[in-house]
Design a binder for this molecule. Structure first.
Ligand SMILES: Cc1ncc(C[n+]2csc(CCOP(=O)(O)OP(=O)(O)O)c2C)c(N)n1
Ligand SMILES: [Mg+2]
Length: 365
């Protein structure tokens, strides 16, 4: 088929065989609010969604403001090298592929993965997969990656993007956080604004992709699901709510990391649902080193840890293979309040080789 020739498939084997390495990856799971502290609004909360700090009222219908898009900014930081991507746990080989790609591409690395939250989004537990799927199929959460080389970003999509208003409304109507809209007298104008705000977010990505698009524009991962290992980083025992996307995200993230690093990894976990639910009653769910820190500074802590290992290795003070450091945080911690920590960590990781040729990120250490 002609369309298939328009697509580049990157195999898992090809990525794992790359001689290059990256030791530091930031992962944000975006459940679109500060969930574990009681569903407070964040800059990731979409328009008109009801939260405890921006509830639906007679006059104000939930959040007033757009869902901020932080990935585009990272693509234009003028980095030497970087890998930025969106992901969705419904498309798990894509997410796993992106984790492997990020850990085998020297430079800054950041993946933003959508996560359902049955408490905060208010949806039936068993609807999580359907909502995740609709998010991407509607154009609400297009799956793309941006590779930065010498300051220039190149956009690629892992699935052909489309904006489908009907599917977007199905997605919106699937959750209680937007239910109040449909009881309002001005439902038409509010819905119209909501769709336009989502469309603008989508269009911005498309405009940038048409100016900085890869050739071919579709670049997907070819991964044999049957050959994926069972991850051994995090136990099945955790306190996440039923229907929470984070369980899947943790499993998929760990699978990708394990493929590259086996168990030589340290997870740095910002205070968040993934943190509280995997560290209950002094019984951590983690089987590999795991560090918990404040909720806003995980970018800095993880970057410092990673840099520290590389400096010790370069000075001959550490003789073992250095571990991969994974910074993991929610939208509130990692990209709302912690944005400057994350941005600074990404800027440092993406220019590291420029600043010190002796301690290059891709030097094979
Ligand atoms: C400086 C600071 N302010 C507030 C808190 C309390 N706090 C802990 S986690 C959290 C919300 C985190 O939200 P997010 O990062 O989106 O993760 P989620 O709970 O949604 O998983 C807040 C407000 C804190 N730990 N530190
Ligand atoms: Mg959150």
């Amino acid at each position: 088929m002609a369309e298939q020739e328009e697509e580049r498939r990157i195999t898992l084997e090809e990525m794992l065989a790359r001689p290059t390495n990256n030791y530091f990856l930031c992962v944000n799971y975006d459940n679109e609010a500060f969930m574990n502290t009681g569903i407070q609004e964040s800059s990731a909360t979409p328009p008109f969604a009801s939260t405890t700090t921006g509830p639906d009222g007679k006059v104000v219908p939930g959040k007033i403001g757009v869902k901020q898009d932080i990935i585009q900014g990272f693509a234009f930081l003028g980095l030497r090298s970087g890998f930025f991507a969106t992901a969705n746990p419904y498309y798990y080989t894509d997410f796993i592929g992106k984790v492997v790609d990020a850990l085998k591409t020297p430079g800054a690395a950041f993946i933003q993965v959508l996560s359902s939250c049955q408490r905060g989004w208010r949806h039936p537990e068993n609807k999580a997969p359907e909502l995740h799927k609709l998010a991407t199929e509607s154009g609400y959460w297009p799956l793309y990656s941006i590779r930065v080389k010498d300051g220039k970003p190149t956009y690629a999509f892992q699935r052909k993007p489309t904006f489908d208003e009907d599917k977007l409304l199905q997605f919106v109507k699937g959750m209680g956080k937007w239910a109040h809209i449909f009881k309002r007298q001005d439902v038409e104008s509010v819905t119209h604004f909501l769709v336009q705000a989502m469309r603008q977010r989508y269009d911005n990505v498309m405009t940038l992709a048409s100016a900085f698009g890869a050739k071919p524009l579709i670049e997907s991962y070819k991964i044999d699901k049957r050959k994926l290992p069972t991850q051994e980083h995090v136990n099945p025992g955790h306190g996440l709510c039923a229907g929470c996307g984070e369980g899947e995200i943790l499993t998929q993230l760990a699978t990708g990391v394990q493929l590259v690093a086996d168990k030589n990894v340290v997870y740095c976990n910002a205070t968040s649902c993934t943190e509280v639910s995997t560290s209950k009653d002094n019984l951590p769910s983690w089987k590999v080193p795991w560090v918990h820190m404040l909720f806003e500074n995980v970018g800095t802590v993880a970057d410092a840890l990673s840099t520290g290992y590389r400096i010790l290795k370069t000075k001959g003070l550490y003789d073992k293979p250095i571990p991969r450091i994974i910074a993991l945080g929610g939208d509130g911690g990692l990209y709302d309040i912690g944005f400057q920590f994350l941005k600074a960590a990404i800027a440092r990781a993406g220019t590291w080789g420029v600043l010190n040729e002796n301690v290059k990120q891709d030097s094979g250490i």
